[in-house]
Design a protein around this ligand. Structure first.
Ligand code: PLP
Length: 370
């Protein structure tokens, strides 16, 4: 009998299933705590949400029945003002995640390779895996900095081994890194840009850093792509809006490759309204940075937590002398959600997103109850 499942690409059929996170409402029901009472500090979302101007712009927009502008002209002009790079270099996307997917599909064929610096954001190896590409991991140092010599060394040895035919094509870097909050210094980025690779620098959290974005570096380096998003600082993770800042040769390829209507009009309207009041977004970012400092001090006082320094809107903590899984569970029972890790280099760690002051208070109270 014909089994249509045999038509699937074999490597996809063999892939492990993705474990979806529990929707917020389901969790709230399970815990018996109203959603409004839950302190959600597990996904680095912005607790202040979108600016009031975004809700107004969405309510007033009259053209939802019309297809979006495939070239996203108005949004790209606003983004150009915001990042200080000509619009010709900017491609909006359905979240930064879509840019990652586009780049992997554009460059990787089965047998190709990427270089990855774990522990880091999981989507780089996930998207590379969908292309049946190899992921070459160069683990971060103990302080979560990128092992630059290690990357150079691995690149050299791979190039020799494979006679260049499958030397890695893409190097994924994240600054500030998720989940460690680590900044990648200019000098290290410069050294890595000297490798014959396309460097994808994910700046999803750059607004929270004390140092500037490297967006303008794209104008001087034709092997650099910067990824940014509205999900974290701008508070519209649910609307899905990100963008890539790319060299012009890559823009040409991306225009051919992307779906014409990859960014829906609601996301574009919300993005344009956010950028009109970018100063207000940056004021929210400053509030969160001040709260990060308060949270850091308070976490340092908790005897079973060792927080790592962070340039982002979250703090990674080693849990010492007890089980991180238990800490996560105990917090959850009190309606406080944090992210727990039990992966290599993140054994017994929790990551706590920076929230509003009242949420920090709830978290600290819950931690002291444990
Ligand atoms: C959250 C996050 C993203 C995803 O951004 P979206 O625009 O919501 O797709 C990308 N990179 C890192 C490191 C992130 O933590």
């Amino acid at each position: 009998m014909f089994n249509p499942q045999t038509l699937l690409r074999p490597e996809i059929a063999q892939m492990e299933e993705y474990t979806p996170i529990q929707p917020f409402e389901v969790l709230s029901q399970r815990l018996g705590i109203p959603a409004s009472q839950i302190v959600k500090l597990d996904a680095n979302e912005n607790p202040y949400g979108p600016l009031p101007a975004v809700a107004e712009a969405l309510a007033e927009y009259p053209y939802y029945h019309i297809y979006p502008d495939p070239q996203q002209g108005e949004l790209r002009a606003a983004l150009s003002q915001f990042v200080g790079v000509p619009a010709a270099h900017i491609l909006p996307s359905h979240g930064a995640d879509e840019m990652l997917d586009l780049l992997c599909r554009l460059f990787l064929q089965p047998g190709d390779a990427i270089m990855n610096c774990p522990p880091t954001f999981g989507m780089y190896s996930f998207d590379a895996g969908l292309q049946n590409a190899t992921v070459i991991d160069v683990w971060r140092r103990a302080d979560f900095g990128v092992d630059v010599e290690g990357v150079e060394e691995k690149w050299r040895s791979k190039g020799m081994e494979e006679k260049g035919s499958s030397s890695p094509k893409l190097l994924f870097l994240t600054s500030p890194n998720n989940p460690s909050g680590t900044w990648l210094p200019d000098a290290e980025l410069k050294r890595l840009l000297a490798l014959p690779l396309l460097v994808v620098l994910d700046e999803a959290y750059v607004e929270f850093a004390d140092q500037p974005s490297r967006a303008s570096w794209v104008l001087e380096h034709d092997n650099l792509v910067i990824l940014r998003t509205f999900s974290k600082a701008a508070g519209i993770a649910g609307l899905r809006l990100g963008y890539g800042i790319c060299p012009l040769w890559l823009m040409e390829a991306l225009w051919k490759f992307k779906q014409p209507y990859n960014v829906n009009v609601a996301a574009a309207v919300a993005g344009i309204a956010s950028l009109r009041y970018a100063d207000q977004i940056m004021a929210v970012v400053e509030k969160l940075k001040a709260e990060r400092a308060r949270l850091m001090n308070a976490l340092n006082e908790i005897d079973f937590l060792r927080p790592h320094p962070s340039e982002s809107n979250f703090i990674l903590c080693d849990v010492v002398g007890r089980s991180g899984a238990d800490v996560k569970q105990a917090l959850e029972k009190q309606g406080v959600l944090v992210r727990y890790y039990s992966k290599p280099r993140l054994e017994n760690c929790i990551r706590i997103s920076v929230g509003r002051p009242d949420q920090t208070d709830r978290l600290l109270h819950a931690l002291r109850e444990i």
